[in-house]
Design a protein around this ligand. Structure first.
Ligand code: FAD
Length: 289
């Protein structure tokens, strides 16, 4: 199966897709956390999962090993970045993904790592669009791409991102998954802008369960997403971390519900390799079957 067929089938049944994102663990403790979270989250029958890939190939072997193992149990999207990479090394990974039978490749540019700020200019592929073209030439595997409700940090405006998204669709991308964001409006604006630019592919919103106020503020800063004043004000009123967690979880659960009501094809949950908050969000938003 592939991701767009599953999305279409769910759309016909007016059911949103449910998917979970994981990252490759850095050590043995992380490894145990990951597989524990994965097993628990499989119990609610996600349509697919995805596995991130370190820009510059820093965690290449670990990422591919996780993709291989997950693929045996559930439809899996392998993320792939091209920053700093050669075409031949990239094609080797595409071949590996084909062999293990991934459901799709999420074709991303990635960012230059801090310890190698010139990686982008040194690599053979400069944009995700070039990666989409390379992957499409090499394989029939489905290709997805990134989308940015809060506008990509290097982009002048949303219209620019939307033109890029339309080019990716023209090159064969079949779906998009978004960066994290915190308001339904940001998502519906993105979809409208994409459609105006001719990008009609399904755009799956990525939602972060907010179980930790401090962590979400840090992640928002990293991704350039704005946390709404309304949520910040609620966090300020929280008396302790438990209350802040409740506020954050209620907020992200409502966001997921509102996104589905606004027509999102599904919800992609960033798990951070922990199951509890992801499950709470999936159940609370009525995404479990
Ligand atoms: P691009 O599409 O290349 O865009 C980068 C910038 O260049 C944008 O501003 C865009 O507007 C501009 N641009 C691109 N093409 C053109 C063009 N032809 N003409 C003019 N302007 C252009 N990073 C990782 O390292 N590993 C991961 O696993 C990972 N997973 C992600 C998953 C999701 C769902 C998302 C949303 C992001 C993920 N990222 C990951 C982060 C991503 O790599 C960064 O956000 C990166 O800065 C942009 O990637 P991109 O694929 O959108 O790049």
């Amino acid at each position: 199966g592939n991701i767009s067929e599953i999305s279409a089938a769910r759309r016909n049944g007016a059911e949103p897709t449910l998917s979970f994102e994981f990252f490759p663990p850095k050590d043995e403790v992380g490894e145990a956390n990951l597989w524990n979270a994965f097993e628990k989250l499989l119990e609610v029958s996600p349509d697919y999962v995805s596995v991130t890939y370190g820009a510059g190939g820093s965690n290449r072997e670990r990422s591919l090993a996780v993709v291989e193992r997950m693929s045996k149990q559930v439809l899996t999207i392998g993320h792939l970045t091209c920053v700093g990479a050669t075409k031949s090394s990239t094609l080797e990974i595409v071949k590996f993904f084909e062999q293990v039978g991934v459901g799709a490749i999420l074709a991303l540019r990635g960012d230059s790592p801090k310890d190698d700020p010139d990686a982008l200019s040194k690599g053979e592929l400069k944009t995700a669009l070039e990666l989409v073209d390379l992957v499409r030439e090499a394989t029939d595997l489905e290709v997805g791409v990134a989308a940015f409700p809060e506008v990509h940090p290097e982009s002048p405006n949303m219209e620019h991102d939307s033109r890029v998204l339309a080019l990716k669709q023209a090159s064969g991308a079949k779906f998009a998954v978004t960066q994290l964001f915190f308001s339904v409006q940001a998502y519906t604006d993105l979809v409208a802008s994409a459609q105006a630019a001719g990008a009609s592919l399904p755009i799956v919103p990525g939602v972060m369960p907010i179980s930790n106020a401090k962590q979400i503020v840090r992640m928002a800063e990293l991704s350039g997403a704005a946390i709404p004043d309304e949520l910040l004000a609620k966090f300020d009123q929280a008396e302790d971390e438990d209350q802040a967690r409740e506020i954050g979880m209620a907020y992200s659960t409502q966001l997921a519900k509102d996104l589905v009501a606004a027509g999102a094809p599904g919800i992609h949950i960033f798990t951070l390799n922990h199951h509890a908050a992801a499950l709470e969000l999936a159940r609370g938003a009525g995404l479990c079957r």
